[in-house]
Design a protein around this ligand. Structure first.
Ligand code: ADP
Ligand code: MG
Length: 250
C-alpha cells in the first residue's frame, strides 16, 4: 500500500531522515514514535508528497509520489494533524465540504457522506454550523477527522492527532479512532510520542531516533528485546511514568 525506500532528507546540510525503509501493507496500522525532532512529521509529510525526499522513493499503491503526482495521490490519503488544521474563517460544515465541492460533488452527495461520518465519529450535527474557535478541542479533531475521511481515502496519515487534547477527551477519542480503524479497515500511518498510545493502536511500531529507525516491530519486541540502549532508555522513561502511578516506589 505504502512503501518508502531508502529515504534521505536534509535541511541546510543537517540530515533529518536517514536511509528509511518502510512498508505498510493494506489494512495495517503502523505507528511512528520518537522524541520531539526525531523526524516523525517529516516522515509522514513525505508519504503524501508535502515534502519530497532528497534521495529514495515513496510509492503509494504502486505509483511513485513525485511533484507531478502528489496532488492527485493526496486525494486518496486522509491527513490529520495535531491542531486539526481547520480553516478558521469557515464553519465546520464548510471546512469538510470544501474539497468535495471543489471536486464537483453535488450538495446532496456531500451531505449524504457527511451524515454518515457524523455518526461514525460521533459528532453532534449542531457542531457543523460553528466556526473552529467555537468548538472544543475534541470536537475540532472530530471535524478534522470527518474532513480527512470525506473522500473515503485508502490511507490515513495522522500526525499526533490526539496530542493537543486533555486526558479524558483523548481517552474517548482513542477508543473511537480504534473502533473506526477496525470497522473501516483503513491502512493507517500514525505518529505519536506516547508509547502507551502507540501500543494501543499499532500492529507495528517504528521508533525513530535522530532520523533513523532505532527499532521496528510489535510493541512486545520493544519492551522485551530492545535493539539498543537508546530503545531501552526510551521505553523505560515512558514506562517509569505510567508505572509510578500504579505502583508506589518501595
Ligand atoms: P518531529 O515531528 O519528530 O518532532 P520533525 O520531522 O518535525 O520532527 O523535524 C525533524 C527535524 O527536522 C527537527 O530537527 C526540525 O527542526 C528539522 N526540520 C523540520 N522541518 C524543517 C525545515 N523546513 N527546515 C529546517 N529544518 C527542519
Ligand atoms: Mg511532529
Amino acid at each position: 500500500m505504502l512503501k518508502l525506500s531508502r529515504i534521505t532528507k536534509s535541511y541546510a546540510g543537517v540530515i533529518v531522515l536517514r536511509d528509511i525503509d518502510l512498508s505498510i501493507p493494506r489494512g495495517r496500522v503502523m505507528v511512528v514514535i520518537g522524541a520531539s525532532g526525531s523526524g516523525k512529521s517529516t516522515l509522514i509529510r513525505m508519504a503524501n508528497g508535502l515534502i519530497l525526499p532528497d534521495r529514495g522513493t515513496v510509492e503509494f499503491m504502486g505509483e511513485q509520489v513525485t511533484a507531478a503526482t502528489a496532488l492527485a495521490l493526496r486525494r486518496r490519503m486522509g491527513y490529520l494533524i495535531q491542531e486539526g488544521g481547520l480553516f478558521p474563517h469557515l464553519t465546520a460544515h464548510d471546512n469538510v465540504a470544501l474539497m468535495p465541492s471543489r471536486l464537483g460533488w453535488s450538495l446532496d452527495r456531500i451531505d449524504t457522506r457527511l451524515f454518515e461520518l457524523l455518526d461514525l465519529v460521533r459528532l453532534p450535527k449542531a457542531a457543523l454550523a460553528r466556526y473552529p474557535s467555537q468548538l472544543s478541542g475534541g470536537e475540532r479533531q472530530r471535524v478534522a477527522l470527518i474532513r480527512a475521511l470525506m473522500l473515503d481515502p485508502e490511507l490515513l496519515l495522522l500526525d499526533e492527532p490526539l496530542g493537543a487534547l486533555d486526558p479524558l477527551i483523548r481517552y474517548e477519542l482513542q477508543a473511537d479512532l480504534k473502533a473506526l480503524f477496525a470497522s473501516l479497515g483503513k491502512t493507517v500511518l500514525m505518529v505519536t510520542h506516547d508509547l502507551g498510545e502507540a501500543g494501543f493502536f499499532a500492529d507495528e511500531i517504528v521508533l525513530l531516533h535522530q532520523g533513523a529507525i532505532a527499532q521496528q516491530g510489535p510493541m512486545a519486541a520493544l519492551l522485551e528485546a530492545p535493539a539498543s540502549p537508546y530503545v531501552a532508555r526510551f521505553v523505560r522513561a515512558q514506562r517509569g511514568l505510567a508505572g509510578s502511578l500504579v505502583r508506589p516506589p518501595p
